[in-house]
Design a protein around this ligand. Structure first.
Ligand code: ITT
Length: 229
């Protein structure tokens, strides 16, 4: 991602951009999702549905450019994205930094999951590189996990964060058409199905992102109260 200095004063949302959630957008209970990944937006919006917050996407703030992920950990990058967007918009921002850690590859691609096959790489290119890296590696050594760190940051500095994990195995070839990213290569061994073979609600019930966001939401009322002070 390329670097962009956030604007000094909060930018107003573009009124033409519809909220990605189902609830009306007010000023008090609005949360901006600090991500441009459409797969994440769909999953986070579904997980937040019914939680009493209106959700805006970054498309409502065209002046916010790409945010360079300079952190060495998921936690550092999630905080970086949430803080940048909260400061730029004047609204509570929610960021996810996530990736796939493969045992045989010493935890790679990890924080580099989105750019494993190079800056701006497609999901297909990343998946092809992962399969190539694991050529000839037997099933018993293909253990992996998805990791997600979610961070909510308020313009006044209030912040909460939580992590979720999903244990699995890298398949020898893609299976399924749902989800995004490495989902077709990620086997949930308990279900015997890939993440791309799960319905969206099923994936959210088991996924790293679902676990992380549910853990975060347990602290939401106290965070929200602090965010208003
Ligand atoms: P934002 O920074 O705008 O949120 P991004 O895609 O660049 O979007 P990350 O830096 O967190 O986000 O990279 C996450 C990558 O990890 C993502 O692009 C996928 O390749 C992979 N990933 C994370 N969660 C996943 C999931 O639920 N299913 C499949 N792949 C996933």
């Amino acid at each position: 991602m390329t670097e962009k200095t956030p604007p000094a004063t909060p930018v107003a949302p573009n009124p033409a951009a519809p909220p990605v959630g189902t609830q009306p957008v007010g000023t008090e209970k609005t949360v901006v999702l600090a991500t441009r990944n459409t797969g994440k937006i769909a999953e986070l919006s579904a997980l937040l549905a019914g939680f009493g917050v209106a959700v805006l996407g970054l498309d409502a703030f065209p002046d916010i450019g790409e945010i360079e992920e300079t952190g060495a950990t998921f936690a550092e990058n999630a905080a970086l994205k949430a803080r940048t967007v909260a400061q730029a918009t004047g609204l509570v921002a929610l960021a996810d930094d996530s990736g796939l850690a493969v045992d045989e590859l010493s935890g790679a691609p990890g924080v580099y999951s989105a750019r494993y096959a190079g800056q701006g790489a497609t999901d297909a290119a990343n998946n092809a590189k992962l399969l190539a890296a694991l050529t000839g590696v037997p099933e018993s050594r293909r253990g992996c996990r998805f990791i997600s760190v979610v961070t909510a940051h308020a313009p006044n500095g209030a912040e909460i964060t939580a992590e979720g994990r999903w244990e699995g195995r890298v398949l020898p070839s893609p299976r399924g058409t749902g989800g995004f990213g490495y989902d077709p290569l990620f086997l949930d061994p308990e279900l015997g199905r890939s993440a791309a073979e799960l319905a969206p609600a099923e994936k959210n019930a088991r996924s790293h992102r679902g676990h992380a966001l549910r853990a975060l939401l347990a602290h939401w009322p106290a965070f929200w109260a602090k965010a208003q002070t």
